[in-house]
Design a protein around this ligand. Structure first.
Ligand SMILES: [Zn+2]
Length: 470
């Protein structure tokens, strides 16, 4: 099928130009003024933006965690993503204890097969390395397009790894061209603070935040940076929330070290005030790292403006308030950690980043699409609007007024972090490889349209030809 998108403001990380975009056989084949071509479908984009489909480098769909499973499976989570203008994401495949990486990938692909609404890849979350086994297997993952290794420095007794596993993984990454990702909080210290709080009788959600202080995030961030530098591996620090973690990342980048940082939508908008809400409502804001003091909002906006932080993800890890968050009604440490947001990122960052004058439209595209594509081996096939690239495109109406709400969202979760927030600007048509996913708030595509994408190694390009594996 061919599609002609006429007269929109075509926005990339570097330019904004009024042009037509012609899509043929799933890819962008022409960009120019007043293109004289016939197409099966014509979209009038006058007065609209044409953006690259957003890429979410940090999500958790259908993930067992904290005695339950995230409420969004691949189909519901990716549908929600599509409505929000996200056409590709990289989810975390979590290695179970004692599992090989091959077994873990089989498990996670089985959850996705036939249900995919958008394109996707996997990061491998390393939890267990054994000599003569998974340590060697780790090196072979990039050959399968799994080109990033994630390590949790928190969640003691569950996902947390020690510094030996962390450092060994970094040494492997230095050889294989994978990018090392860390959840940076000092899990040993957090574990002590949690036990002390519970012993003192503190059970309410606020103590989730108070037992995971900014210093624990800053220390782990700095430790990961120093160890990655020693191992010679590139490092990407996920979900950075505070000055204590931004500062060491900014310093490493100023030194020319291969270090990158990400934050998530929710950290610009939520704070200790939210997690302090009465009647257990604070549990909606229990995720890790936790909400911080509001003074960090400006720190984060400055960081994404100056490229101390280079990407904004959602860390969508949704648990319903009723029946899931309630597992921790009498003990904050039993509240499943995670929040929703896969659908809200583009609208929120456009409203409070671009419209509020904090970042440019081009920088928004860079943070939500181009940088995630470059860092995770998807560029230039994805993350930009260029001849030959996948026709993953969002026709965005900058004047449409929308109120964000659980009722209008397409996730299965029963609350919205931004409930009642009014924004101006919303996706109108969302295309995945030229196929219409969403048009005028209606889902058009069916499950199975999304594909697994074998990603390129860190620093290498994913050529804009179709090389995807079913
Ligand atoms: Zn996460």
């Amino acid at each position: 099928m061919s599609v002609l998108i006429k007269g929109g403001l075509v926005v990339t990380a570097s330019d904004s130009t009024v042009a037509d975009v012609f899509v043929d056989d799933e890819r962008i084949s022409l960009i120019g003024e007043d293109l004289d071509v016939q197409a099966d479908k014509v979209i009038d984009a006058a007065g609209k933006y044409v953006l690259p489909g957003c890429i979410d480098p940090h999500t958790h769909l259908d993930m067992p965690f904290g005695g339950t499973v995230t409420i969004d499976d691949v189909e519901s989570g990716q549908t929600s993503a599509a409505f929000g203008g996200t056409t590709c994401h990289v989810d975390f495949c979590i290695q179970g204890k004692g599992q090989t990486f091959a077994q873990a990938l089989d498990d996670w692909r089985a959850k996705a097969n036939g249900r995919q609404m958008i394109d996707m890849g996997y990061h491998m979350a390393v939890t267990d390395l054994a000599e003569g086994g998974t340590l060697e297997e780790l090196a072979s993952l990039p050959e399968q397009g799994v080109t990033s290794y994630k390590l949790f420095m928190a969640y003691k007794g569950a996902l947390m790894v020690d510094d030996e596993t962390l450092f060994r993984t970094m040494e492997v990454a230095a050889k294989t061209g994978a990018l090392v990702m860390v959840h940076a909080e000092n899990g040993d210290v957090v574990d002590i603070l949690v036990r002390e709080a519970l012993e003192a009788g503190h059970t309410e959600p606020l103590y989730h935040a108070l037992t995971r202080p900014p210093e624990a995030e800053g220390e782990a961030t700095n430790r990961a940076i120093q160890l990655a530098h020693l191992a010679g591996a590139p490092l990407y620090v996920v979900h950075v929330t505070c000055k204590e973690a931004v500062d060491p990342i900014a310093a490493a980048r100023a030194n020319g070290w291969d270090v990158w940082g990400e934050t998530c939508t929710q950290y610009f908008f939520t704070s200790l005030d939210d997690i302090s809400k009465p009647n257990f409502e604070g549990a909606k804001y229990v995720f890790s790292p936790p909400v911080r003091d509001k003074s960090n909002w400006d720190v984060l906006w400055n960081a994404v403006r100056t490229d101390a932080l280079s990407a904004i993800s959602t860390d969508h890890c949704a648990f319903s308030f009723e029946g899931q968050k309630s597992l921790g009604k009498d003990d904050f440490s039993k509240i499943p950690n995670g929040g929703p947001g896969i659908e809200d990122r583009l609208r929120m960052i456009h409203e409070f980043g671009v419209r509020a004058g904090r970042i440019s439209l081009n920088r928004m595209v860079e943070l939500l699409a181009t940088n995630p594509a470059k860092l995770f081996g998807l560029y230039p096939r994805k993350g930009t609007i260029a001849v030959g690239s996948d026709a993953d495109l969002v026709v965005f109406d900058p004047n449409k007024q929308v109120t964000l709400s659980v009722q209008s969202s397409h996730s299965k979760v029963d609350y919205n972090l931004y409930e009642g927030t009014q924004v101006t600007g919303s996706p109108e048509v969302v295309l995945l490889r030229g196929h219409v996913l969403v048009e005028n708030d209606e889902l058009v595509a069916s499950p199975g349209i999304g594909q697994y994408v074998a990603r390129a190694r860190y620093g290498e390009e994913l050529k804009p030809v179709r090389t995807s594996v079913a």
